[in-house]
Design a protein around this ligand. Structure first.
Ligand code: MN
Length: 137
């Protein structure tokens, strides 16, 4: 693991993406996908650590599971958007729900985008790329 960073995918610009997800399989899937596209990831599975991890990592994008123990992803989006150092970082919510009320709550909390679980790999990657392009990150 530790020393494999020298290999870059040709032509891709590496972005820093914080992945907040308490399900191990989803966490691995998301990180594997993002790394396969040349990005650097940091995984957080405990919502209580998100603010500290985000401040330390200075991500270009945050991927946020909504259902987390201890603190909900919705609440965390509000925390991120209320933080001076992080408020401009786009947030992509990921949730098992795709109901209209859920989307409205996610948008109202401040997320720029959401992708429903189980994810479509194509949609996931397209949404990530769209958000990174939109902020010129
Ligand atoms: Mn979850």
């Amino acid at each position: 693991m530790g020393s494999g960073n020298a290999a870059h995918s040709g032509g891709l610009v590496t972005k820093r993406i914080l992945v907040v997800e308490d399900n191990e399989l989803n966490l691995k899937l998301f990180c594997d996908l993002l790394r396969a596209h040349g990005h650097e990831t940091r995984a957080v599975s405990d919502g209580r650590l998100v603010l500290d991890e985000a401040r330390a990592f200075a991500p270009d994008l945050i991927i946020m599971d909504i259902h987390l123990p201890h603190i909900s992803g919705l609440e965390l989006i509000g925390v991120v958007k209320g933080d001076a150092a992080l408020s401009a970082v786009p947030v992509m919510a990921v949730t098992a729900y795709a109901g209209k009320g859920d989307e409205e709550r996610i948008r109202a909390a401040g997320a720029e985008a959401y992708v429903s679980k189980p994810i479509s790999v194509v949609k996931f990657v397209e949404t990530v790329n769209g958000l990174l392009a939109a902020v010129g990150a």
